[in-house]
Ligand binder design. Structure first.
Ligand code: HAM
Length: 420
């Protein structure tokens, strides 16, 4: 128990850190190219924010939040997604008063959902998300999708499909709700238990159900796209025009509704092309009403979130290995007690010159130090001690060619730095 992480959580071990860091570097670069700057918000927020932001009829709020009372009797919730916190920061920081659009991204923010753990579904996962406030044009969604595909492409991922839909706005959605309820109402006892509940609370979610009988039933359900108002129809058409102009293939999937209540107009998901059966790599959309709903000025907005663990899972599925950076350039070995201090100083000097240098801190024999240098794939090993030390020199061995040379201890750090 003590040595087991809580169910649904995962460590990032030091040997895997480079994978996360490579992904982060790609995300930062692509986000900066599109003019997005980083935001960091707390891991927990007042529960009320998510009740009002995410929607109190959603599965996330009803079943999945980590909510507790703090010592001051406040109801606190660990972030179950990134958007509500970003909107809260946008409002609290009065960013709406600055020049808009305000473009922000969060990088590997921890997200907590009490879900049934399975492949790709964790209780703590990490999200990269981009949120753009103040842009009402469909160019925002096109920019988000394009940046996202840029990130996934830089990482070498292939076979991704962009699925888009429009779920309308407060003007046209009620009409659709009514039509959908009328259709589903005629088939209530064919729906799964969850969907019977959804029928009252949130009928759109029935469209998204994975249970085969519900899936079959919604095939003939009325489509939101047929009931969009003029504004939503035009917006969705323009988004498709932009994606086509940029050469981004996409599919319109009228069954994407997303599991959060704040979306208006566009919703999208990026799937690996094994189909809708699989897990979404990414999800996002427009949420024009959320800023106002949380007490701010009416501000159109759109964004997406993508789980880093799912990216890593897909990299593995596609057999993509990211290049591992070298761990160590130079290993400074010592030949015994009298060599420890000069070895320590040489190692420090090398690091000051920007060289990845390591020395023995375990009191190992020379043989064991060589073995360790090999294990960490050091390029050079420097021997400090013995006769050489007495003569004021060190032996430098290139571990790939096995060639050796002597260098004056005094100049060793500078000369080794040049060798690299
Ligand atoms: P979401 O679709 O709930 O959207 O989550 C976004 C992504 O987070 C998913 O596509 C998936 O990669 C990852 N993810 C979600 N749940 C889990 C889990 N249990 N385990 C591992 N990975 C998971 C949102 O959260 C929205 N806030 C996205 C957004 C931002 N919309 C607008 N702006």
């Amino acid at each position: 128990m003590l040595t087991q992480a809580p169910k649904g959580t995962r460590d990032m071990l030091p040997q895997d850190a480079y994978i996360w860091q490579t992904i982060e570097a790609v995300m930062r670069r692509r986000a900066a190219l599109a003019g997005f700057r980083e935001v960091r918000t707390p891991v927990f927020e007042h529960t009320e924010l998510f009740l009002r932001g995410v929607g109190d009829t959603t599965d996330i709020v009803q079943k999945e939040m980590y909510t507790f009372k703090d010592k001051g009797d406040r109801s606190i919730t660990l972030k179950p997604e990134g958007t509500a916190g970003a909107v809260r920061a946008f409002l609290e920081g009065k960013l709406f008063a600055d020049a808009l659009p305000c473009k922000m991204y969060y990088l590997n923010t921890p997200v907590f959902r009490y879900e049934k753990p399975q492949a790709g579904r964790l209780r703590e996962h990490h999200q990269f998300g981009m949120e753009c406030f103040g842009g009402k044009s469909p160019a925002v969604e096109a920019e988000l999708i394009s940046t996202l595909l840029g990130i996934l492409g830089d990482l070498g991922l292939k076979g991704l499909s962009v699925n888009i839909n429009s779920i309308g706005c407060p003007n046209c959605r009620p009409r659709y709700h009514a039509a959908l309820k009328e259709y589903l109402g005629g088939h209530l006892n064919e729906l799964c238990e969850d969907c019977r509940e959804r029928f009252d609370r949130n009928p759109l979610r029935v469209l998204d159900c994975k249970v085969p009988t519900c899936k079959a039933l919604v095939q003939d359900a009325p489509s939101m796209l047929d009931m969009l108002c003029e504004d939503c129809r035009e917006h969705f058409q323009q988004l498709q025009n932009l994606l086509s102009a940029k050469g981004i293939p996409y599919e319109v999937d009228t069954h994407i509704v997303r599991g959060l209540d704040y979306y208006t107009k566009t919703v999208f998901e990026i799937m690996v092309s094994r189909g809708r059966e699989g897990l979404a790599l990414c999800g996002g959309g427009r949420y024009d009403g959320l800023v106002e709903q949380l007490g701010g000025p009416a501000t159109p907005a759109a964004g997406f979130g993508i789980g880093t663990e799912r990216i890593i899972m897909e990299l593995e599925n596609q057999g993509i290995t990211l290049p591992m950076p070298p761990l160590c350039d130079v290993y400074v070995a010592n030949l015994g007690e009298e060599a420890r201090q000069p070895a320590f100083l040489l190692c420090q000097h090398l690091r000051e010159l920007g060289v990845r240098a390591e020395e023995d801190v375990c009191g190992r024999s020379l043989k064991a130090q060589f073995k360790y240098a090999d294990k960490i794939a050091a390029r050079y090993i420097v021997l400090v001690g013995g006769d050489e030390l007495a003569r004021g020199v060190v032996k430098v061995r290139d571990l790939s060619t096995r060639e050796e040379q002597e260098i004056a201890l005094e100049d060793a750090a500078r000369e080794i730095a040049v060798l690299l």
